[in-house]
Design a protein around this ligand. Structure first.
Ligand code: HEC
Ligand code: HEC
Length: 266
């Protein structure tokens, strides 16, 4: 009798064991992908400020339309909040703050979007960009893109900065006009103009030296990582310290305004 009971028990426990492991398999099969999916989703949306994907912006006809559809007049009114840092005419009094005059709409628009979403980290610009509505962002982009980049001795802009030494001019102009094929560095002017513009690559020809230097350093050490397909993290990572300084001085002194190749050593 005893033996029978034990037998019955053990066989029923084997059966329920089988059912349990089947159930576990079904649960794993059904819920693991879900769990992974959720984790992945959280990683994407709840990502800490250090960007896992470079930018929430991808260049499509839809984002291009949003970036280009702003009202420059309304942008002009909003820009009064930006004047004391970026200058009344879009040229900053500080060489460490970017000039915005004449920068194309998509570039300005994308940077403001990236500040808002903290894909580009700036304790100064993040709250300012977040205070603008979606429409405001397009409007200020329209306004700054229309400001002329010719000199005005009346305002206190810091551009252009003083000319670099000849050796630095030679070093920079070679990188700007031809790059360095051996190290896989494409010419800057192939993306930043004047030869060609990559969408979202701002013109550098009227940009300030200290600002350019800081950005190259940030791309090189990954503290700025909002470049889609990472052209800048790659390029900046390949440049030497001396080259970064030479390039920043080159653009900051206005040499980038000269016809392509005019400053390159023969
Ligand atoms: C308190 C000073 C200050 C004010 C006010 C300010 N900015 Fe800025 N802005 C900065 C600084 C500094 C940077 C560079 C941040 C960095 O180092 O990455 C910057 C960067 C930017 C950039 C990125 C430019 C580039 O070439 O990538 C844009 C666009 C911009 N600001 C737009 C605006 C607009 C529009 C306003 C007004 C609504 C504004 N800023 C107000 C200081 C300011
Ligand atoms: C393959 C295209 C490409 C090449 C080549 C390239 N850049 Fe860029 N660069 C970009 C793009 C795109 C951005 C904008 C990244 C973003 O979306 O924030 C950028 C951004 C920058 C910025 C920040 C500008 C700003 O206003 O915030 C600097 C400075 C810069 N590049 C310097 C250089 C220099 C110097 C070279 C040459 C040694 C160079 N780049 C070569 C595509 C390129």
């Amino acid at each position: 009798m005893k033996g029978e009971t034990v037998q019955r028990d053990s066989s029923s426990s084997t059966r329920s064991g089988t059912i349990r492991s089947l159930a576990t398999a079904v649960i794993l099969f059904l819920f693991l992908p879900l769990a992974f999916g959720t984790t992945f989703f959280l990683l994407q949306t709840g990502a800490p400020p250090v960007a896992r994907i470079p930018s929430n912006i991808a260049w499509t006809s839809e984002t291009m339309a949003r970036a280009s559809g702003g009202d420059a007049f309304h942008g002009m009114l909003l820009a009064r909040r930006c004047d004391h840092c970026h200058g009344a005419e879009g040229f900053s009094p500080l060489a460490s703050t970017p000039n915005l005059a004449g920068i194309d709409r998509p570039s300005i628009w994308k940077q403001l979007q990236d500040f808002r979403t903290q894909k580009r980290i700036s304790p100064v610009m993040q709250p300012i960009a977040s205070s603008l509505s979606e429409r405001d962002v397009a409007d200020v982009a329209a306004y700054y893109s229309m400001l002329p980049d010719f000199p005005d001795p009346q305002d206190n802009r810091s551009f252009p900065q003083s000319a670099p030494e000849a050796a630095h001019v030679a070093l920079a102009s070679r990188l700007v006009s031809t790059g360095d094929g051996e190290r896989g560095i494409p010419p800057c002017q192939a993306c930043h103009g004047p030869v060609a513009y990559r969408t979202g690559a701002p013109a550098l020809s009227t940009q300030n030296s200290d600002y350019i230097l800081r950005q190259l350093e940030k791309f090189a050490n990954n503290s700025r990582s909002n470049d889609i397909n990472m052209p800048m993290r790659t390029v900046a990572g390949l440049l030497t310290e001396e080259e970064k300084h030479a390039l920043a001085e080159y653009y900051g002194s206005g040499l980038g305004l000269l016809p392509a190749g005019a400053t390159a050593p023969r």
